[in-house]
Design a protein around this ligand. Sequence first.
Ligand code: RFL
Ligand code: PHB
Length: 388
Amino acid sequence: MRTQVGIIGAGPAGLMLSHLLHLEGIETVILENRSRAYIEGRIRAGLIEHWARDLLVDTGVGERLKRESLFHHGIHFCFDGALHHIDFQKLVGKGVTVYGQQEVIKDLVARRLADGGQILFEASDAAVHDLKGSPRITFNHGGKAQELACDLIGGCDGFHGICRPSIPDGVLTFYDREYPFGWVGILSESPPADDELIYSYHDRGFALYTMRSPSLARLYLQCDYHDDLANWPDRRIWDELHARLAGTRKLQEGKIVDKLLTAMHSFVVEPMQYGRLFLAGDSAHIQPPTGAKGMNLALADVVVLARAMTAYFKSGRSDLLERYSQTCLRRVWKAQRFSWWMTQMLHLNPDDNAFDRKRQLGELSYVVSSEAAATSLAENYVGLPVES
Ligand code: RFL
Ligand code: PHB
């Protein structure tokens, strides 16, 4: 088999890269090691930055999003027993969209297949070869060993994928931060606590009250670093969610239809390229979900990558590909800073003392009372521009 761009991974990065290249007349094949049902049912992110919503709509994959998503003008912070609203629309003239990542995945998969795109689901044992010469991807599909020759490779296989580890030792520099806590998350068949998100700072730990629809709440609680879901029976989750909302809203309980535990980790690799392999999305960087940046950064990377690959195939220009990594990393580090800042402001760190608690409250109080501070938060939350 041969194609112009071989893409490993059918997450937001891989699917959007394939879609954008198709719109430019460039051929791709996506290899995904999971089934279609699995990737379409995997519940993850839910918040889409303003430009990313425009990208989905403007490239023809936003019809259902326009009908079913929720537009949010701002967020609330909850601390000291009160809610404080940050109005993004007023501060920066933009908002954010709530629409599940798995819905974005369903829309992109449907569109790629309708456009004749090739997505090979349940392709196992992918390996990349000859990255500085004539790249090839070997894999197993339908019980047969196969090989895909390509001009360029999109490494869109997430944090645990094979692309990043295929780059020889000594090429990459890793930047890393582990946080000494995690999140327990649930999806509940009940209305959300409020029309907009509530980020709550509480002396029992952080909590986030978000949603997927007016009848489906998504709720998160700070938990221990080495916690276990067995420690979180439904009753304990609801009791903590009620306590950490501090009486500012009444939270209705519902049937829990998903429960997860997630670690908090910031990680960036530089450069995001080796030879003809280009890393995009979680394969190159991850951040704690507090800033809701992961899916958005994955989409921003592939906007830059699709432009660079298009220039390469259509005009023989390789300068944009050469600059791909540095262009993305400028935005990646701003998103890392924002995610880290939100995380440190809102979570109880077991290493902190009473001084740090007072400092966090001072910071929250500043953010909700200073137009300059709130504008900075709003600008980052709704999403910084994507450079070319
Ligand atoms: P993905 O989505 O992990 O997709 C990678 C794909 O590659 C496949 N794969 C392979 N395929 C073939 N061969 C291999 N060897 C392979 N290895 C892996 C995988 O099956 C998968 O289909 O990476 P991508 O595309 O870079 O997208 C990144 C986002 O998924 C991620 O950053 C977000 O989900 C993070 N995130 C959030 N991001 C936001 O923008 N807004 C949010 O509100 C938000 N909330 C969250 C989040 C992540 C969370 N968790 C579960 C970590 C909330 C949570 C709780
Ligand atoms: C979500 O809706 O899952 C979500 C929203 C905002 C975040 C993290 C997760 O910061």
